[in-house]
Design a protein around this ligand. Structure first.
Ligand SMILES: [Zn+2]
Length: 217
C-alpha cells in the first residue's frame, strides 16, 4: 500500500510539472490558463485606467459569469516583462460565446485550427484607441465575424475553445500593438493594461481565481 501511495505521488508530481511546462510554437500564447500560487494584483509599477469609466466591457454576454485563470503578471506567459504580461485567461468551456469588448473593426480572423492542436484560432478587433484586441484559442470554425466587419461593444465575436495547444479550454484575451512589418502575432508584441466598466471593482484589472459577472451597460 505504501509503495502504491508513493507511486501515486510521483505520478502527481510528473503531471504537475508537465502542466506547468509551456510551449510557444506559433507566436501566440499557448498556456493552459492554470494557476500560480502567488496571486498578482496587476503588474507592479504600471498605472491602470479607471475601471469605472473604462471604455472596455467584459468579452462575454451580459448576465454571464466566468472565473479568471492567469491574469496580469500572474505567471507563465503572463509574467512581468513577457509580451503577454497584460493578457487575461478567462476559463470557459469549448463553444462559449465571446463578445466585443468595445466598438471597432475586425482586422484578422483565423479559425482553421482544431482544439488541442497547434494552430491557434484568433480574432483581432481593432478598437477606437488602436488597441489590437486578441481573442485566442477559439474553437474550430469558431469565428462569427469576418475581416472588415464593424462591431459594437457586446456584439458576438465567436466561440471559445482550446486551439493553439491550450491544455484546457479558455479564452486568452489581450490588447496589443501590431508590427505590420512582421507576420501577424509574431513575438515580441507589447500588451497593454485594460480594466472593465461593466463588472465589480477591478482597479488593477481582473484578478486570478476571481469570478466576474458581466453587468448591463
Ligand atoms: Zn493566456
Amino acid at each position: 500500500m505504501k509503495i502504491q501511495k508513493t507511486y501515486h505521488i510521483l505520478i502527481t508530481i510528473v503531471i504537475s510539472i508537465a502542466t506547468l511546462t509551456c510551449s510557444k510554437n506559433d507566436g501566440f500564447n499557448n498556456n493552459n490558463g492554470g494557476g500560480n500560487p502567488i496571486i498578482a494584483n496587476g503588474c507592479d509599477g504600471y498605472a491602470y485606467p479607471n475601471w469605472v469609466s473604462s471604455p472596455h466591457k467584459l468579452p462575454y454576454p451580459v448576465g454571464q459569469s466566468y472565473q479568471i485563470g492567469l491574469s496580469h503578471c500572474s505567471g507563465a506567459e503572463h509574467s512581468f516583462g513577457e509580451p503577454d504580461q497584460f493578457a487575461i485567461d478567462i476559463l470557459m468551456d469549448i463553444g462559449t460565446l465571446v463578445t466585443a469588448a468595445r466598438a471597432g473593426y475586425i482586422l484578422f480572423v483565423e479559425e482553421s485550427g482544431v482544439d488541442f492542436q497547434e494552430k491557434n484560432n484568433v480574432v483581432v478587433l481593432l478598437d477606437e484607441d488602436s488597441y489590437f484586441i486578441q481573442y485566442q484559442h477559439l474553437t474550430h470554425n469558431g469565428a462569427i465575424v469576418e475581416e472588415g466587419d464593424f462591431v459594437e461593444a457586446g456584439d458576438p465575436i465567436g466561440y471559445s475553445g482550446a486551439s493553439g495547444n491550450a491544455r484546457a479550454p479558455h479564452l486568452h484575451f489581450v490588447a496589443t500593438d501590431w508590427d505590420f512589418s512582421k507576420p501577424y502575432g509574431t513575438y515580441p508584441y507589447n500588451s497593454f493594461q485594460m480594466t472593465f466598466s461593466n463588472t465589480t471593482e477591478n482597479p488593477r484589472s481582473l484578478i486570478q481565481y476571481e469570478t466576474y459577472e458581466a453587468l448591463p451597460y
